[in-house]
Design a protein around this ligand. Structure first.
Ligand SMILES: Cc1cc2nc3c(=O)[nH]c(=O)nc-3n(C[C@H](O)[C@H](O)[C@H](O)COP(=O)(O)O)c2cc1C
Length: 321
């Protein structure tokens, strides 16, 4: 799988409806599911886990968890589903996740992570990867990061998505943990120098795809989260910029029509509502963006909204102007 450009996993955002939208703009970008905890899957709440569709490939399933046996069981189940990769979340700082001792809290327990990853690689028919932070709390990331990576790389896992800041656990909210600990791209470059055989994908604070491509050209790829959600039109340039392939260049009108056609195929009101919300960013910066957002926000009106939005768009292209 070519990971030159990845859209970061985001809870309540990178669900199936968002991924459908993203695939209107790029064939090639690697997409991720939201994090799904092993317990949810094993206790039978499998809707997100099973929500795979071939058109969303390349698609990575992201798991949360800290029990080797449970992770192995989920990997076995996912052998029947065509996800392209399974990623273990070692970067989430939320208090709930910290109390459950998974996500970023696991960076304090490299041996446990190693057991988790070994169990996953032994039971899965897919590539296993990790998403990490530079470290946690008051760790000295110049020492601790290489130590952590070298221990877990012993499992053969060699794909690392690195959010280029520390996580401060128990003191900052998840939102603050994405903004307050300073970005340190230099540390990510050093990690690649120290572990040349590992695939290192940089994440955190990247907004401009061209600048990102240039800045991280010594690495194996970049991953963008918030900007790809709030301004999904940037995805319209990914295929030519990163993959030497033609951009899809669908007019926004066509993308909008495709989304509404897709809503007709969805089973539940909540899925349609989520899809409508994900569309908000699609029009950001356009003259009628405000009006369109109002139209998309009223679920009871959404069928009529379609015609009005389409008439407002008047063949504007999916590319960022
Ligand atoms: C709303 C939201 C939810 C997130 N959920 C997840 C998640 O489920 N798993 C994960 O590994 N990271 C999650 N993240 C972190 C992102 O994947 C990414 O690492 C972070 O936003 C930094 O990248 P950015 O600056 O490009 O947004 C989330 C971020 C946001 C904003």
């Amino acid at each position: 799988m070519n990971r030159k450009f990845c859209v970061a996993p985001m809870m309540a955002k990178t669900d199936s409806q968002y991924r459908y939208l993203a695939r209107q703009l790029t064939n090639k970008a690697v997409l991720f599911t939201e994090m799904i905890h092993t317990n949810a899957i094993l206790r039978g709440n499998q809707s997100k886990f099973l929500d795979y569709s071939e058109e969303q490939s390349p698609l990575v399933l992201q798991l949360g968890g800290n029990e080797p046996e449970a992770l192995a069981k989920v990997c076995l189940l996912s052998n029947e589903i065509d996800y392209d990769e399974i990623n273990l979340n070692l970067g989430c700082p939320s208090p709930k996740v910290k109390n459950g001792n998974f996500g970023a809290a696991l960076m304090a327990h490299p041996e446990l992570v190693k057991d988790c990853l070994s169990a996953m690689t032994e039971s899965s028919n897919k590539t296993i990867s990790v998403k990490i932070r530079l470290g946690i709390n008051d760790e000295n990331i110049f020492e601790s990061l290489d130590k952590f990576v070298s221990i877990i790389a012993e499992t053969g896992v060699n794909v690392f998505y690195v959010h280029a800041r520390k996580a401060i656990l128990g003191k900052l909210s998840p939102k603050d943990n994405r903004e307050i600990p300073p970005l340190n791209y230099e540390r990510v470059f050093q990690l690649k120098k120290d572990f040349k055989d590992l695939e290192i994908i940089a994440n955190g604070g990247i907004k401009d795809i061209i600048e990102g491509k240039d800045l991280f050209s010594d690495l194996d790829g970049i991953m963008i989260g918030r900007e790809a959600y709030s301004n999904p039109r940037i995805l319209g340039k990914i295929d030519s910029t990163f993959y030497k392939s033609n951009d899809m260049k669908k007019p926004l009108k066509e993308i909008t029509e495709n989304m509404f056609d897709y809503f007709d195929t969805l089973k539940s009101k909540s899925e349609i509502k989520r899809g409508l919300i994900h569309m908000h960013g699609l029009y950001s910066g356009l003259k009628d963006a405000r009006r369109i957002r109002v139209l998309l926000s009223n679920f009871n009106y959404f069928k009529k909204a379609k015609m009005e939005i389409i008439s407002l768009l008047d063949n504007q292209y999916s590319k960022v102007a």
